[in-house]
Design a protein around this ligand. Structure first.
Ligand code: FES
Length: 106
């Protein structure tokens, strides 16, 4: 079970044991992490599940695909480490992943 840490905008850390194959968004919603709205339910169609991948993980998580990148243009304060959390799947390789929730969505 990989570990995932989601840091809310106020600094609250949610340290979670998550299922391989689950998305960061699913775990954020399940654990009521504030600031991850996920209006479209994970269809890569809303950009309200925007997170920043921690700098130390950004390379490992990798870049968004074209569809996600287009959607990210609608995200509030997009940065080079921005991803839509519904498109980031947890794997054993990502054990220990840290992501940060932005100040607000869209
Ligand atoms: Fe809508 Fe991720 S939940 S784009």
């Amino acid at each position: 079970m990989p570990k995932l840490t989601i840091v809310a905008f106020d600094g609250t850390k949610f340290e979670l044991d998550v299922a391989s194959g689950s998305t960061v968004m699913e775990n954020a919603v399940k654990n009521s992490v504030p600031g991850v709205e996920a209006e479209c339910g994970g269809a890569c169609a809303c950009a309200t599940c925007h997170v920043y991948i921690d700098d130390s993980w950004s390379e490992k998580v990798g870049a968004p695909d074209v569809m996600e990148e287009d959607m990210l243009d609608f995200a509030y304060e997009q940065k080079p480490t921005s991803r839509l959390s519904c498109q980031v799947k947890m794997t054993d390789d990502l054990d220990g992943l840290v992501v940060h929730v932005p100040e607000r969505q869209a």
